[in-house]
Design a protein around this ligand. Structure first.
Ligand SMILES: Nc1nc2c(c(=O)[nH]1)N[C@H]1C(S)=C(S)[C@@H](COP(=O)(O)O)O[C@H]1N2
Ligand SMILES: [Mo]
Length: 514
């Protein structure tokens, strides 16, 4: 009997991997999202990836980081499957062993997820068995030596068969993904949710938040649309948590452990508040920032019923998918009205922004405060508990640094000479922005720092728009911006990376006038 050629075996390996993944994915539909080994492995990869690598991934791929990860994981699986399958034989089933090992890894990953039970490994076990069976059949089976009519080219027939199996595996997998999206989706639950009417509504946004000449300059809108709002999280698939399944438990250093079901929230005063949310990973000049009207309930009111012990200084919030953030008790209980938000810009929270409930805390970066799909609040201490990003080298506390950004001109833009208007945003949440200055052509420029025109301050917890009118003269130029917050502190020139507590430095943009 002729053994199949190396290329055919490699193809058989990939086909076997496709079947293993496909069957696992399809069976997982019956068990629920927590049984999805592909997502579980991806999530483990995200969790164990060192902080700086993750930082690099966010900086390089931005919000496509998860897609890149998925493609990368599939590519690695295909490569390993192909390589090990070339070594598969009756005596040394190297490829089969590789599939089994991958299956074991899949089971371990599934079991490591917060919601998984032992039964959730069944899809992975069955998928693994199917993968091994396919590989054995294709590489060591009798297909090759069956006296075929096209005896002349059994290798080709085997390759075609492997391709067919590969396609079947892929179709099964895609069907599994689509079906599980459909069966677990909370979009109907979300559509049916009518936001509570705010007892304390946010003051309206006046036209004066726009700075002078705002009509001439493409500034970001003061309120960021939900579908334009940046999204950063460790969730490979967006958690689907219905209002019925949601509950929030408050425990730890409290007088009474308290659990709220979604309907219980109606007891509390509903509020609405504009808060500008910022990511600690936002580089100078970056766009991981957005401003929204959040509606929901005061975290303070929810905590008060549980009764916080006086020596507690942190609330460790946990999401349904195991992310954690550690927030100072003070920020959750002082007058800033930290929210358990259920609405964003007048709509139920979009699923990717935390439906049905998340935290929003003015003045703090998202990683220490803004837990989406939040289900648990443990009242504790900073010297006892460590949150997700703190374990990975980020600072335990994350007050937002005073920052400003130039939106116009864009880097490298070329402009016509004459009057132009530049502009951008500045933020220092919970301190507020007092001033913005602009400098043309660096320290060597003729004009030095000059005051920009500011839009009205809506509140200390929201960003502020600025503009700057200038007479453009031919030549290459730079524009630099710096903000001053309401404590009088001027945005530092000191350049710092996002790790460990947020980027700093001045945003400068180069442009030409021709
Ligand atoms: N469950 C969960 N919540 C999370 C995160 C996460 O990874 N998981 N990331 C946090 C970070 S780092 C930021 S900056 C904000 C971003 O919120 P957004 O995606 O709604 O803009 O969510 C925070 N809440
Ligand atoms: Mo973040």
């Amino acid at each position: 009997m002729a053994e199949p050629a190396r290329e055919t075996r490699a193809l058989a390996g990939i086909a076997a991997a496709a079947v293993a993944l496909g069957v696992t994915q399809l069976l997982a539909v019956g068990f629920g999202p927590q049984a999805d080994a592909r997502t579980a492995v991806g999530s483990v990869v995200i969790d164990i990836t060192p902080g700086p690598v993750k930082e690099w991934a966010i900086a390089t791929f931005g919000m496509a980081d998860k897609l890149v990860l998925s493609v990368l994981v599939l590519a690695v699986i295909a490569l390993v499957a192909a390589l090990t399958a070339t070594l598969e034989s009756r005596r040394a089933p190297v490829g089969s062993v590789a599939i089994v090992l991958a299956g074991v890894a899949g089971c371990v990953a599934v079991l490591s997820r917060p919601e998984a039970t032992l039964a959730d490994v069944v899809p992975t076990l069955v998928g693994t068995a199917c993968g091994v069976a396919v590989l054995r059949l294709l590489v060591c089976g009798r297909i090759t030596d069956r006296p075929a009519d096209d005896r002349a080219d059994p290798g080709r027939r085997l390759s075609l068969l492997a391709l067919g199996v590969l396609a079947a595996g892929a179709v099964t997998g895609v069907a599994g993904v689509v079906l599980s999206r459909l069966t677990s989706s909370v979009s109907a639950d979300r559509d049916a949710f009518v936001l509570p009417r705010a007892d304390a509504a946010a003051p309206p946004v006046g036209p004066d938040v726009q700075p002078k000449g705002a009509g001439d300059v493409a500034l970001p809108s003061f309120i960021t649309d939900n579908d334009e709002f940046y999204r950063i999280d460790t969730a490979l698939t967006v958690p689907q948590l219905s209002r019925t399944d949601w509950q929030l438990t408050i425990h730890g250093m409290v007088d009474r452990e308290t659990t709220y079901r979604f309907d219980d929230l109606q007891r509390f005063e509903a509020i609405e508040k504009l808060v500008t949310l910022t990511c600690v990973s936002n580089p100078v000049g970056g766009d991981l920032i957005g401003n929204a009207a959040w509606s929901g309930y005061r975290v303070r009111d929810l905590l008060a019923e549980a009764g916080i012990h006086p020596d507690a200084d942190m609330v460790l919030s946990t999401s349904v998918d195991g992310f954690t953030a550690g927030t100072p008790v003070e920020a959750l209980t002082d007058g800033r009205d930290a929210l358990l938000a259920v609405g964003m810009n007048g709509e139920p929270l979009p699923t990717e922004h935390g439906y049905p409930a998340r935290l929003v805390v003015p003045g703090l970066y998202g990683y220490v405060s803004a837990t989406k799909w939040v289900v648990d609040l443990e009242v504790t201490r900073f010297d006892r508990a460590e949150a997700y990003w703190t374990k990975r080298g980020w600072s335990a506390r994350g007050p937002i640094k005073t920052q400003s950004r130039i939106d116009v001109p864009r880097s490298g833009q070329s402009l016509a000479p004459g009057p132009v208007t530049f502009g951008g945003v500045a933020w220092a949440q919970h301190r507020g922005i007092r001033g913005v200055e602009v400098r043309i052509d660096g320290p060597g420029g003729t004009d030095g720092w000059r005051q920009a025109d500011l839009g009205a301050s809506y509140s200390d917890d929201t960003w502020r728009l600025w503009s700057f009118a200038w007479q453009a003269e031919p030549g290459p130029h730079t524009i630099t911006v710096r903000a001053t917050d309401n404590t009088g502190a001027v945005q530092t020139e000191q350049v710092a990376d996002p790790v460990p507590d947020g980027a700093s430095g001045w945003h400068t943009v180069s442009f030409t006038v021709t």
